[in-house]
Design a binder for this molecule. Structure first.
Ligand SMILES: [Zn+2]
Length: 92
């Protein structure tokens, strides 16, 4: 029974050490990552083209990566073929 008590104590210490290390690294990481906080993507011109909104799922994506249906002002953009199909099915 002494062995079980010893193992339990080691595990407890390891758990506490991990907890403290987690608190330390978390506290250290927070200030450096604060400068890199991702801003909400505004619908603006970016690398890859103008941002467009998928009318089915609401995802914003650049036109270069979007699936386009139609042309000109009536063009609709989708993030994936699945969204395009689902949107077409819902529309009809
Ligand atoms: Zn989508």
């Amino acid at each position: 029974m002494v062995l079980i008590g010893w193992i339990f104590r080691v595990l407890t210490v390891l758990f506490l050490v991990r907890l403290v290390m987690g608190l330390f690294s978390g506290g250290r990481r927070a200030p450096s990552s604060r400068g890199r906080v991702r801003k909400p993507a505004p619908p603006a011109t970016r690398e890859g083209g103008h941002l467009v909104r998928d009318p089915h799922c609401g995802t914003y994506l650049p036109t270069a990566r979007a699936l386009r249906v139609g042309s000109g002002d009536s063009a609709v953009y989708f993030c994936s073929e699945a969204c395009r199909v689902a949107w077409a099915a819902r529309k009809t």
